[in-house]
Design a protein around this ligand. Structure first.
Ligand SMILES: Cc1cc2nc3c(=O)[nH]c(=O)nc-3n(C[C@H](O)[C@H](O)[C@H](O)COP(=O)(O)OP(=O)(O)OC[C@H]3O[C@@H](n4cnc5c(N)ncnc54)[C@H](O)[C@@H]3O)c2cc1C
Length: 508
């Protein structure tokens, strides 16, 4: 009988959930197969991009090898979307219980989240979802799975764990890793990143989150709701710098309501350990202060995994910050080799990793000409409220000299949001002035991530606000805000001449 699976990089309790997950995504005692003479497609990295490409290519009949140096499922399953969204669900439940009286319900005064129990729940969910990414599913689909570090030896060959693989086409999908900020003393003091924060079994009493991007914001809010005294330090004047200002402002307000200590325009400049606690010097403009915490979580960006692949031997150009250079067809500088996902894309999301992998399968195996630039990519930060976006921001439209008209509906004008006491937020839709063509949209709402899909569909299908105004939305739903924005557009079509004609008709 093989020994129980283990992940040497994980300090999570080796419970039944972990045994199931690791048994699925890196079974111990695994023996790499005998390589085929030549593969139609070799995929390096088995995160979302690699798995999607390998499954799709094998299903189409290609001989495929998939190489993974650590865990199948990559970041999303193991240390990203799945564990973060599982714990965020508990943080929302806590907030609802905390605010129970507002809803006319009574709960005991000392409601508390049991941190070990919520992390156990998360591990259970992660184990269950890992079945879809399992080695069993891949081999059943006919994919040759190799565990080990891939290293190119030439333009059409690589090695893994002593085996030599030759390929007609290859896909590099090696993802990205956390970018640890260079703050003196940080490494010595130790810090949490997405790679180890989900292994915690005890809640840090005092937590400093460095970085106000999606990861920092989502986890700061969750850990605060679990009971950690939480400070978030963001070097820019607002959180989520890419988002619309009013959306980011709503997030700051929500953080203040949750009791997070918000430090904007603030940089961490030094860390030292004294008496078992971490002392962090913060600088905000000219003001210096020191905070004492038990743990530091960094979320200051991601860097592509391009090292160790010997890309020079393959003739693949790359940049250590921007990742592998690809053209619009996701081809690298070596025409046999493509890249997809976080290792080459600006938008580092699971759904873009998935979409880019599908482009590669078509372009690499079928002489396809599918372009990355043709994708319409939505995204969402899963804070409470959520902040979702698709398409252009107003500033981007202006940079391109596109005249913009914006229709905004505050959630406090939407019956369902009022009934749910979820009035913070808005739906904002930008159209090309004089037309109903949707250029982009931002939604701030409790379930903005669900709502943005309607607008993404509209943009992809070329559906304008005129048509959206004709779509009956079930009442009462928060998505009615989208219909209301479309109605607002329709009212702008009532020019004074049309109004005068209508008046004459109706009084006739
Ligand atoms: C905390 C957190 C939360 C997130 N939440 C969301 C979310 O809610 N929604 C969303 O869309 N996105 C989210 N993301 C982003 C998402 O996880 C990534 O965009 C996605 O996982 C990228 O997939 P990928 O296949 O490109 O890379 P990865 O998932 O990083 O997979 C790359 C794989 O390649 C392997 N590898 C690397 N180098 C080699 C090598 N030389 N040889 C062999 N194997 C190698 C790695 O071990 C890894 O398994 C989140 C990320 C984090 C960190």
């Amino acid at each position: 009988m093989p020994p129980p699976p283990s992940d040497p990089e994980s300090t999570a309790p080796p419970d039944a959930h972990e045994r199931e997950r690791l048994g699925n995504v890196h079974p111990s005692g695994w023996r790499n197969p005998q390589p085929a003479d030549r593969y139609r497609l070799v995929v390096v990295g088995a995160g979302t991009a690699g798995l999607v490409a390998a499954h799709a290519a094998a299903a189409l009949g290609a001989k495929v090898a998939l190489i993974e140096r650590h865990l199948l499922g990559g970041d999303c399953l193991n240390v990203g979307c799945v564990p973060s969204k599982a714990i965020i669900r508990t943080s929302r439940l806590y907030a609802e219980m905390r605010d129970a009286e507002q809803y006319g319900a009574r709960v005991p005064a000392d409601i508390r989240v049991e941190f070990p129990a919520l992390m156990q729940r998360m591990r259970g969910i992660r184990a269950r979802i890992s079945r879809a990414d399992s080695v069993r599913r891949l081999t059943a689909a006919g994919v040759d799975v190799f565990f080990g570090q891939a290293c190119f030896t030439g333009p059409d060959a690589l090695t893994v764990d002593g085996a030599h693989l030759r390929f007609k086409k290859a896909l590099i999908a090696t993802g990205a890793r956390p970018d640890t900020p260079s703050i003196p003393g940080l490494v010595e003091a130790g810090c949490l990143t997405n790679e180890n924060v989900f292994d915690l079994t005890e809640l840090p009493r005092r937590l400093l989150v460095i970085g106000g991007g999606p990861l920092g914001c989502e986890l700061a809010q969750a850990f605060r709701r679990f009971g950690a005294q939480t400070i978030i330090a963001q070097r820019w004047p607002l959180f989520l710098p890419r988002e619309e200002r009013d959306a980011a402002q709503l997030l700051s307000d929500a953080f203040a309501r949750d009791g997070i200590e918000v430090r904007l325009n603030t940089r961490a400049v030094n860390v030292r350990v004294e008496g078992g606690q971490k002392l962090v010097d913060l600088v905000s403009d000219d003001y210096k202060s020191t905070v004492a915490v038990d743990a530091i979580l960094t979320g200051t960006g991601r860097v592509p995994n391009v090292e160790g692949l010997n890309l020079e031997a393959a003739g693949v150009e790359y940049d250590t910050r921007a990742g592998i250079r690809v053209d619009d067809f996701l081809r690298t500088s070596n025409r046999r080799i493509y890249a997809a996902g976080d290792v080459c894309l600006e938008h580092k999301f699971t759904h873009t990793a998935d979409a880019s992998a599908r482009i590669v399968v078509q372009n690499a195996l079928f002489l396809g000409r599918r372009r990355l630039s043709a994708l319409t990519i939505p995204w969402c930060t899963y804070t409470d409220p959520e902040i979702a976006h698709v398409g252009l921001y107003v500033r981007q439209a202006r940079e391109r000299d596109i005249p913009v008209k914006t229709f905004t509906i505050p959630m406090h004008d939407v019956d369902r949001a009022i009934a749910d006491d979820e009035e913070a937020g808005f739906v904002k839709i930008h159209v090309k002035e004089g037309t109903d063509r949707i250029l982009g949209a931002t939604i701030v709402a409790r379930h903005a991530g669900e709502m943005i899909n309607e607008l993404t569909l509209a943009m992809v299908a070329g559906i304008g606000l005129r048509t959206l105004a004709r779509v009956i939305h079930a009442y009462p739903t928060q998505a009615e805000a989208i219909k209301k924005a479309a109605d607002a557009y329709n009212r702008t079509r009532l020019t004074p001449t049309i109004q005068a004609l209508l008046r004459r008709w109706l009084t006739w």
